[in-house]
Design a protein around this ligand. Sequence first.
Ligand SMILES: [Mn+2]
Length: 330
Amino acid sequence: MTDFRSLTVGEAAHRLCSMRDTLLLCHTSPDGDTLGSAMALKKLLCALGGGAEIAAPDKAPDSLLPLVPDRILMPDGIDPARFSSVVCVDVASRSQLGALAPLFEGRIDLMLDHHEKSERLADFCTVPEAAAVGEIVFEIAEILRGEGWFAGWPAGMAENLYLSLSSDTGCFRYSNTTPKTHRIAARLLEAGCDGAAINHLLFESRSPEELEAERITLQNVRLLLGGRFCAALLSHAVRGGLASEYFSAAIDTVRSVRGVAVAAAIKEKDGEPGVFKISLRSDGSVNVSDLCALFGGGGHARAAGCSMQGTGEEVLSRLTDAVRAALEQT
Ligand SMILES: [Mn+2]
């Protein structure tokens, strides 16, 4: 559990009310939660009369573009002096700010996050237990609406929050999904959001590149440690130039194998040969957040990530040793 919870959700809501010209920061390799929460928060800040923009260290993946109509500023196009308030959204660590970190170091006013092990990035942090940051933004909106700060739902906000919730819960399938998640989703549907259309775009449609990525993933799956550890090693060599963004479903492929306790998607970073980004999932028997912490990463108990350097085989071997040790302790 993160040991700083300086602000309650209500206190964070009231802090947002006084913000003007706010920049909302998303995390590296932006996903539906960081983008959906930021877009919802932007609408909220605009409804409050403050104005806001969104920035991300990397561009949104093509697959999310139909759900992300907002302009997202890139680090090289930002004049930090233009903004009087800065809020980071779903960002668990300094490294997750990527190229935004040097621009806003020490300048973040509020941190809204839900990761079990978060680095303190701002003076004021709100890091409650939540399946997605979208749950926190929903609560903030409800508190402020109840107090009469604005009426109704800003147009498109329900869709943004549904994107956030459905993304981080894997379409409400992961163990982080709570009754509260479903209650909020129900409210979003009541507000008129087309959940089926959003879920179709998120989980039932893919590009030819993503189909090719699945073929490559299946050819590079390894079942290790007597079937307890399943990993896909996706080095530049086997990807044939296909960018890592197309391999976001690889982790679901490796975690789907019966009997697997820990699953890993090991992707060599685009443009950084010898640097591997590792996504880990656990069936609950191993805390993969602790495991990733051994390599300078973090996340949640059942879903975490880290980076390692070396050849693909070296990285896989180091990771396999760590998973073996973790499994022996269970
Ligand atoms: Mn999240």
